[in-house]
Design a binder for this molecule. Structure first.
Ligand code: ZN
Ligand code: ZN
Length: 264
């Protein structure tokens, strides 16, 4: 089973489970490696209520060490972080990158302006949005994140579909320009199975996006985005099938921000 690199800890305030339970779940699933990538702090604080505080950062590294101690030589535990791509965040991401010996950093677009559009708290806002404009803005932001060169992995590529709001017509008009820019950046994308359990009822990204990404040579990881031990490596057999159908034959492994490949 491929590595699962996108997973969370209770420090983000919307996940649950002890490090030992997450590691046990990863061992039971038979993943090659287990990586922890909780929501990074964002300054100035307080910045929303769904991430660790900057003061908790040492607790985060201690949580990962506890997982590593429990895993022992049974499973490699990787140290990661899921960072929010926000206007002007580059200096902050560089500061975070220097704080630890990361195996990888995930970049994610959860915000457009001040709106964390994937938060169910703001569902009412969708009815005031023009989907074509919003999707255009999302993919432009996503491509800019890739081009920043700050991240190893780009999180949940089409998260904007989470609540099943998709513009009419062929979505290639959004996918193609973004894929061209992502491919040029050299970043990997993830096939994130959490979307299968949201209103969009489909992994992120859509199969068509994945097919175009494969053709463009964009490397892949498979992730669960687990917020509880039971979600570790969730739907990985189905995800392997989806990745293979798009033409992928391998996924990436990361150690100290260097990549190797593993056959699917
Ligand atoms: Zn989360
Ligand atoms: Zn995310």
């Amino acid at each position: 089973m491929p590595a699962d690199y996108h997973t969370h800890t209770p420090l983000c305030r919307h996940a649950e489970g002890e490090p030992e339970a997450f590691v046990d779940a990863a061992l039971a699933a038979g993943v090659t490696e287990y990586g922890i990538s909780d929501h990074a702090p964002v300054l100035p604080e307080p910045f929303d209520d769904w991430r660790m505080d900057d003061a908790e950062f040492p607790d985060y590294l201690a949580w990962i060490e506890r997982a590593r101690r429990h895993a022992g030589d049974r499973l490699p535990i990787r140290t990661g972080l899921e960072c929010d791509w926000l206007p002007g965040c580059e200096g902050w991401i560089e500061a975070l990158a220097a704080r630890s010996d990361w195996d990888y950093l995930i970049g994610s677009v959860h915000y457009l302006g001040d709106w964390d559009f994937d938060n169910p708290k703001w569902l009412g806002r969708w009815q005031h949005e023009d989907l074509d404009t919003l999707w255009g803005r999302y993919w432009k932001t996503y491509a800019e994140m890739a081009e920043s060169g700050l991240f190893d992995i780009l999180g949940h590529p089409d998260l904007i579909k989470k609540f099943a709001h998709r513009p009419d017509g062929d979505l290639d008009r959004f996918y193609e320009p973004a894929i061209e820019r992502i491919a040029a950046s050299g970043c990997a994308i993830e096939l994130n199975t959490a979307g299968r359990h949201k209103p969009c009822a489909e992994a992120y990204p859509a199969p068509r996006f994945l097919e175009l990404a494969r053709q463009a040579g964009i490397p892949l990881v498979i992730s669960s985005d687990a917020h509880a031990p039971a979600e570790v490596a969730r739907d990985f057999p189905e995800a392997i099938g989806i990745a293979k159908a798009a033409g992928y034959t391998e996924t990436l492994l990361f150690e100290k921000r260097l990549r190797t490949t593993e056959a699917l």
